[in-house]
Ligand binder design. Structure first.
Ligand SMILES: Nc1ncnc2c1ncn2[C@@H]1O[C@H](COP(=O)(O)OP(=O)(O)O)[C@@H](O)[C@H]1O
Ligand SMILES: [Mg+2]
Length: 252
């Protein structure tokens, strides 16, 4: 059984359809990466999986661990083991980072240990993300995931706005959560990593890559091959696939 199975997903926000029929499957212990130009619906896809209220699922189903979670609240989905690291993490004035982490997992030693891995100990007594730099916000997101330890990690551009040293700290933390030191069959947690630049792939291995464009997923392949193709030709070739996909949709 797949950990995550998505069938014919359509979603809109602000009255506008953004996801236009997505089929997607992720097995336990696997990492998928999704490329795509700005505005193609990548953040909407992750937000729909975790059930953020700003997205309306208008069609299709999301199954997680075999359960239909399509109508569940974000809280219920996180309780089942889904965790999201936001592309633009919000600040929460008046709530200390330590307090937030403690609500997620009251194990103080785990909090202190993971904070050290990410070099975030000095930030624990500050308000969540208030006055944090771009890189610090991203590390605070990963720290929260490390303390939650969800079975499915949704990572929305974890490397954007982060300098090289901190990207490698983030990647180290992700490798621990995703048990990359174990053989693939023994890994239990899975991830979907959205990346615009592909830089994160220099640090962490993905098993499969997808390209999203105009609310659709256009095929999949090996992460290095797809990334090389995009690096060499941009999304021009994908535009052709998109036209094909639209024609097929039309024919169906
Ligand atoms: N609430 C909303 N109202 C109208 N349009 C929206 C809303 N949220 C997102 N969109 C639009 O949907 C498209 C996809 O957004 P998004 O999922 O954030 O793309 P990506 O993460 O791939 O850059 C964008 O064109 C964006 O402006
Ligand atoms: Mg986005």
């Amino acid at each position: 059984m797949a950990l995550l199975e998505i069938k014919g997903l359509r979603a809109s926000s602000g009255g506008r359809e953004i996801l236009k029929g997505i089929d997607f499957t992720l097995e336990e212990g696997r990492t998928a990466v999704i490329f795509g130009p700005n505005g193609s619906g990548k953040s909407t896809f992750l937000g729909s999986i975790v059930g953020l209220p700003k997205y309306d699922i208008t069609k299709g189903n999301i199954l997680f661990k075999g359960k239909d979670i399509t109508g569940m609240s974000t809280y219920e989905r996180t309780q089942l083991g889904i965790g999201l690291a936001f592309q633009y993490p919000p600040s929460i004035k008046g709530v200390r980072l330590r307090t937030l982490l403690d609500t997620m997992n009251p194990d103080k030693e785990a909090i202190d240990h993971t904070s050290e891995i990410l070099d975030m100990s000095p930030y624990l007594d500050r308000d969540v993300n208030v006055g944090f730099s771009g890189g610090e916000r991203k590390k605070s997101e990963i720290l929260q995931l490390m303390v939650q330890m969800p079975d499915l990690l949704l990572l929305d551009e974890p490397e954007s706005g982060v300098d090289i040293e901190n990207i490698s700290l983030i990647a180290d933390a992700l490798k621990i959560i995703l048990e990359k030191d174990k053989p693939i069959k023994k890994r239990r947690r899975s991830a979907i990593i959205i990346t615009h630049t592909g830089f994160i792939l220099d640090y962490i291995r993905a098993d499969k890559a997808y390209v999203m464009m105009d609310g659709r997923i256009l095929g999949c392949g090996s992460p290095s091959e797809i990334f090389e193709e995009i690096r060499a030709r941009g999304y021009k070739e994908c535009q052709k696939c998109l036209e094909e996909a639209k024609k097929e949709n039309h024919a169906a």
